[in-house]
Design a protein around this ligand. Structure first.
Ligand SMILES: [Zn+2]
Length: 480
């Protein structure tokens, strides 16, 4: 397979050039600069060939197996995902956690991924919440005993031995919120010994943002593990602007040798599990999720209650003829941990401040399910390339592609990926930089982005002309 006279954005951040790329099997074997005549036949097509995008922050653990075509990822140019984020992973078994079927061990999970390949590649984090839930249950609001710490350590070591690239925490959620810094330091220490990474959905992204940055950095500094702060944001009106001191803290830590980075999705609204928000006290005052009004909460997924999806909490309460408090209790009672909501939490200026930072990498944080998932699930990458690069000029195309490819690959264990060079795997996306754009809205999110012309995973075509091919060439990649 050959690409002729395409504009190559190679993922390293280098300037684009017009050239040819030759692929044999699953690898790129040749990259050359072409010398077309200035005018006339053979000049550049105008299409950009880039490394396939790597989504470093997903909750696709179950989807890799249950929806292996992964169309919501490949149609936006994504060829690899990192699963197991925010403390939730498919193993060890988490009967109490909200994300669907699970596996007793990480060895079992990898075996399932090997047996039923998906369209995209994946690396896997073990979730601290899953580990704690497997050992202590979901609701134990106390420190772990030494026996429980030993049991959790054994689970983490099993996961690392099986091929997990590190550990994630979700310290705003049950059961992660019940753990203190010492528990994380001990478990992250095991990960550091294995050369793995620590990613964290921090304890409080609202009025505890800066303290949470300090807590996260302290874990990295104590253990020596690389730290990835997930979906960096100031998640309440009262702290808008605090991404600036948050970034300063990250820069200060980096300056003294702590390996800290962060990722981001390009929207001012977040999305999470309703029961966690309701139980946090966000409707009564400040909480880990800030302070929320019923108008700011949009129901994305309500299994068995499609009539609630696409309505705000205020509207649903009105529809049902009850007050907000009664409605909150009704949703939690009826749907338990299965209701996903969209929260209007951030400001655009903060989104742009974070995006402009040279260490930013991209992760969608999409949560699959329901009729109205947050549009980030289907549209994160075209939105950055179309809206923030082309329309706003906030960042240059090579830097944006780098944040989606080589920088992400280096951070999350995708060896020989994220770059266009001879010898690298042929994970590729061909797109039109003049038309690429997200098309999904909060009310109509499951649309196909514009401008993605082709997507290849390990040399196999998975998207052609805005449609999936049905091929599933993805690999479950072990940490090494
Ligand atoms: Zn999260």
């Amino acid at each position: 397979m050959e690409f002729r006279n395409v504009t190559i954005v190679d993922g390293t951040g280098a300037a684009p050039f017009v050239g040819d790329v030759v692929v044999e099997g699953d690898r790129i074997v040749e990259v050359s600069v072409s010398t077309p005549p200035a005018d006339g036949p053979g000049q550049a097509t105008g299409l950009v060939l880039a490394p396939g995008f790597i989504d470093v922050h997903t909750h696709d653990d179950v989807q890799l197996l249950s929806t292996p075509d992964m169309d919501f990822k490949t149609l936006q140019g994504v060829t690899s995902v990192v699963v197991g984020n925010c403390g939730f992973s498919a193993a060890p078994s988490y009967a109490d956690l909200p994300m669907g079927p699970s596996f007793a061990t990480m060895t079992d999970y990898f075996a399932a991924l090997d047996n039923e390949p998906a369209a995209v590649n994946a690396t896997v984090l073990v979730g601290h919440g899953s580990v704690r839930s497997a050992v202590m249950g979901f609701k134990e609001n106390r420190e772990a005993t030494s026996d429980e710490m030993a049991a959790m350590s054994a689970r983490v070591i099993e996961a690392l031995d099986a091929g997990a690239i590190g550990i994630s925490s979700g310290l705003a959620y049950e059961p992660g919120r019940y753990s203190g810094p010492d528990e994380m330091k001990q478990l992250v220490g095991l990960v550091a010994d294995a050369g793995g990474i620590y990613t964290t959905h921090m304890r409080n992204e609202a009025n505890g943002l800066l303290d949470s940055i300090d807590e996260s950095i302290a874990v990295a500094e104590t253990t020596g593990a690389p730290l990835q702060i997930s979906h960096l944001k100031a998640s309440d009106r009262s702290v808008w602007g605090e991404v600036v001191p948050a970034l300063e803290k990250i820069e200060a830590a980096r300056a003294r040798g702590v390996d800290v980075m962060f990722d981001q999705y390009p929207y001012t609204r977040g999305s999470t599990f309703f029961d966690q928000v309701a139980n946090s006290g966000a409707f009564e005052g400040q909480s880990e999720f800030g302070s929320l009004s019923p108008e700011e909460v949009l129901i994305a997924s309500a299994p068995g209650r499609p009539e609630w999806e696409g309505r705000t909490l205020a509207q649903v309460a009105d529809d049902e003829g009850v007050d907000t408090r009664t409605m909150i209790d009704r949703i939690v009672t009826e749907l338990d941990r299965r209701c996903v909501v969209i929260l209007d939490r951030m400001c655009e200026e903060d989104v742009q401040t974070v995006m402009s930072h040279p260490e930013m990498i991209v992760g969608s944080d999409g949560v699959y399910g329901g009729s109205r998932p947050h549009p980030r699930l289907h549209h994160t990458y075209p939105r950055i390339l179309g809206h923030y690069v082309r329309e706003l000029g906030l960042l240059e195309l090579p830097r944006a592609v780098q944040a989606m490819t080589s920088a992400a690959a280096k951070r999350f264990g995708f060896h020989d990926r994220g770059v266009i060079e001879a010898g690298a795997y042929a994970d590729l996306v061909l797109f039109d930089p003049e038309t690429i754009i997200d098309t999904g809205t909060y009310m109509d999110p499951k649309t196909v982005p514009t401008g993605i012309e082709g997507v290849w995973v390990n040399g196999t075509l998975v998207v052609e002309n805005g449609a999936i091919t049905g091929e599933r060439p993805g690999l479950a990649l072990r940490h090494r």
